[in-house]
Design a protein around this ligand. Structure first.
Ligand code: EPZ
Length: 433
């Protein structure tokens, strides 16, 4: 490691540090096991509010967002126990002590909004401050509230809080204006205890929604059509408990696939569901990257500089918006000019200025980014603007010439468990500042 650095460095787990130091230019080699999906475990944790019985979740990654959701649920009265070594989370909502979600956890994490549906379903009321999370757009919740209103809920806004009430939710036929993941998830949870069946048209089809549906099915409600635009829910009068294994995280997998590609490496990903990554694998192959796939593993072998491509983010099964920043880093080094169209979020380009500091040639026009690929990026001091933008900067730094200093590590820790130590195990020269 260069002796020019005067920051006390450790390769410890990185808890509490705010800077990552990366020496670029080393191809990543080896194998890595993918962890449970953040965007599946968070709604499933919220769904534990539906039942007074014990639920056991396996493959729960040790993430900042999981800790935040745990704190939020404990505040509501849920018993929550997490064992880091086994990655097992036990929850039991015997009694709900309050229906008010405090400002702190809600401000830090968008997924907090997912407690509205289950609280309304179980308690008939919920009070939550307007959600926070990544700064990647306005992040409205109108589709959540419109769908819950169709089920009989009413809402008032007071002192920055949404106050929701519904003496008894009733099943409804709801058509979403947009296949919102969170709105689909909130409505699925609300429908699980409502009076009568619910149908959600134009529902989100993400694997995280399918995993939540399987969990709700385990509690006793009957969910049909998850993974398609039309989902139906037959409620359960007395929900039970049980054990559920969370699906592998396709976004973590995609992030590590790009890490292999951008560093010119050869990495085997284990514990993946390859069919959840069809759009990502196709796009990497279009870039000239070699991908060997089996149902539960993916091997990514870079073959020289990537080719430029056109990329458009779409709801699942289209190309995932959560991998757009990481692909932008890869395309910054491609041969030719690439165009990215970000159709899901209106401001998901906060990582561009930092990539430009590393030498990337990126021009923004509305929701599109035009990237002129270069033979190399330069190490620089940069700041992670949000979770996936931070991951993109880490990948760019692994490929760049020289040393990068990445600030704002807390964003990365929200959604990736021990990412830096796992990249180090693949040969990445990463140090915790
Ligand atoms: C989920 O967010 C994920 N988060 C996001 O991942 C992901 O990017 C997104 O789905 C899309 O796949 C979690 O699951 C915790 P949406 P969510 O509702 O539910 C608009 C990550 O990095 N919209 O599908 O908030 C919204 O503004 C995070 O892990 C409304 O207009 O996404 C956005 O433009 C980032 N009104 C679009 O829909 C609403 O009521 C997609 O939002 C709801 C959403």
């Amino acid at each position: 490691m260069p002796d020019s650095w005067n920051i006390k460095l450790s390769s410890a787990g990185g808890v509490g540090v705010s800077v990552i130091l990366v020496e670029g230019g080393v191809p990543l080699m080896g194998k890595v096991r993918i962890k449970g999906a953040k965007n599946a475990v968070l709604p499933i944790m919220a769904a534990s509010l539906l039942s007074a019985e014990k639920v056991v979740l396996e493959e729960v990654p040790d993430l900042e967002d999981v800790r935040t959701m745990s704190r939020l649920l404990r505040h509501l009265g849920v018993e929550v126990f997490y064992d880091c070594s086994s990655e097992r989370l036990v929850l039991q909502a015997r009694r709900i002590m309050t229906c008010t979600a405090p400002y702190g956890p809600v401000r830090r994490m968008r997924a907090s909004i997912l407690i509205i549906g289950p609280l309304l379903a179980r308690m008939g009321r919920a009070r939550i401050s307007l959600p926070g999370g990544c700064a990647i757009g306005s992040r409205p919740i109108d589709l959540h509230l419109k769908g819950l209103a169709a089920m009989g809920a009413s809402f008032t806004m007071k002192n920055g809080y949404i106050e929701a009430s519904a003496p008894k939710l009733r099943g409804a036929n709801i058509c979403l204006d947009y296949p919102s993941v969170g709105a689909t998830e909130n409505l699925l949870m609300a429908a699980a205890l409502a009076e009568g069946p619910t149908t959600i048209e134009n529902a989100a089809a993400e694997p995280d929604v399918v995993d939540l549906a399987a969990f709700i099915d385990m509690l006793g409600a009957k969910v049909r059509g998850a993974g398609t635009p039309r989902i139906s829910v037959h409620p359960v009068a007395s929900p039970g408990g049980g054990k559920h294994r969370v699906i592998p995280d396709r976004i973590e997998a995609g992030t590590l696939m790009v890490a292999a590609a951008i560093t010119g490496g050869d990495v085997l990903l284990e514990n993946v569901i390859s069919r959840h990554l069809t759009a990502v694998t196709a796009k990497l192959r279009e870039c000239g990257v070699h991908v060997d796939e089996s149902p539960d593993s993916l091997r990514v072998v870079a073959r020289g500089r990537s080719r430029a491509v056109e990329l458009k983010t779409m709801p699942y099964p289209g190309f995932p918006t959560d991998l757009q920043p990481q692909f932008m880093a890869l395309l910054s080094l491609a041969r030719g000019t690439s165009v990215i169209a970000e159709t899901v979020f209106e401001r998901r380009y906060l990582h561009v200025p930092s990539l430009q500091r590393m030498g990337a040639r990126i021009h923004l026009e509305g929701r599109s980014a035009i990237i002129t690929g270069l033979p190399a990026l330069q190490g620089a001091t940069v700041h992670a603007p949000d979770l996936r933008g931070g991951a993109a900067l880490l990948l760019a730094a692994l490929a760049a010439r020289g040393v990068s200093e990445i600030h704002g590590v807390r964003h990365i820790r929200r959604g990736y468990s021990r990412l830096t130590s796992r990249l180090r195990a693949l040969g990445g020269r990463i140090y915790m500042g």
